[in-house]
Design a protein around this ligand. Structure first.
Ligand code: NAD
Length: 298
């Protein structure tokens, strides 16, 4: 069993760290919010008060699950970040969704200092984080991926090597670009069908077995009714918030510009989720973009 330093015990990290504890690892949990550290300790983990002063003698792995690139950079390279007592060879795994350039720069810097590094963002929300059924898409050298894999397998059911450093973030952002677009298309189709007198369940029964079928419809239907577990049936409480989707579409925008790749629908999707933010609806689930499409958000 290993010593793991887990940094970022928020909505996702708390469940992921708990699964590592359940698997028998000694998991030192760290967060800026002391209540989250206390909850981790009451679940059988160890608590870290101040990261930069932590004595990391028995740490084999560092896992981060943080909001954005600047937080990840603070932890891996900032003065109040990882303590100097972390020994070279310790495996670094960043599971946050961040921009590709930051992931590549942090990863390359870590490797130069003798630390294996993978960027391993996740697909699946808080329910999958708690259940240990996340999908991990990991970028990094194969030898680093092989070292990280056993820990990722505790927290997820699918662990995929996406290739070079940063490619985990590329996979994650491109997947969510597609998801953001397909969700809006699904909302448009259900809204138009209902306006023309075709109810949601009947349209679902037809389209889910026809060529319009997609995950946004069959697993996460944005119209209330056809998929009982979808957020549409609880007034769009997340789930995966519109704010998170907007963050990922903004990341897609940035990498598309640098790659000189055209993403016209992605840009339009970004504008629509930004309109949700402007309407103070960004904390709704991203499928709540239905409220924008059907006019409920004005
Ligand atoms: P969150 O805001 O709930 O948790 C992040 C935690 O990091 C917070 O508790 C915060 O206090 C802590 N933190 C920030 N800076 C810190 C520092 N320097 N040291 C210690 N702790 C620090 O976010 P989340 O929903 O858990 O998401 C985490 C990441 O996972 C994000 O990058 C997000 O895009 C991605 N993600 C989230 C979901 C989801 O459904 N929530 C799904 C897939 C991916």
């Amino acid at each position: 069993m290993s010593g793991i330093l887990f940094i970022g015990l928020g909505n996702m990290g708390s469940g992921m760290a708990a699964n590592l504890v359940k698997a028998g690892h000694t998991v030192y949990g760290c967060d800026l919010v002391s209540d989250l550290v206390a909850a981790h300790v009451s679940g059988g983990g160890e608590g870290v008060d101040k990261l930069s002063e932590f004595l990391a003698g028995d740490i084999d792995v560092v896992i981060t699950m943080l909001p954005a690139g600047k937080h990840v950079a603070d932890v891996y390279t900032g003065p109040d970040g990882l303590p100097s007592s972390i020994k070279p060879g310790t495996i670094f795994i960043d599971c946050s969704t961040i921009d590709v350039d930051t992931a590549r720069a942090i990863g390359a810097g870590a490797r130069e200092r003798g630390f294996p590094f993978v960027d391993a963002p996740v697909s699946g929300g808080t329910v999958a984080a708690e259940a240990g059924t996340l999908t991990f898409m990991a970028g990094g050298e194969k030898e680093d991926f092989d070292k990280a894999r056993p820990y990722l397998e505790v927290m997820g059911k699918n662990v995929i090597h996406a290739g070079a450093l940063g490619n985990g973030q590329v996979a994650k952002v491109c997947n969510n670009l597609l998801l953001g677009i397909s969700m809006i298309g699904t909302c448009e189709a259900f809204n138009l069908a209902e306006r023309l007198g075709l109810d949601a369940q009947t349209f679902f029964d037809i389209s889910s077995t026809a060529s319009g079928q997609c995950w946004s419809m069959t697993s996460y239907c944005p119209a209330p009714g056809p998929v009982p577990a979808s957020p549409a049936n609880r007034d769009y409480q997340p789930g995966f918030s519109a704010a998170m989707m907007l963050k990922d579409l903004r990341l897609a925008h940035g990498i598309a510009e640098r790659a000189d790749a055209s993403i016209p629908l992605g840009s339009h999707a970004e504008q629509l989720y930004a309109m949700m933010e402007a309407a103070a609806a960004e904390d709704l689930d991203f499928s709540g973009v239905m409220k924008l499409i059907n006019g409920e958000l004005g």
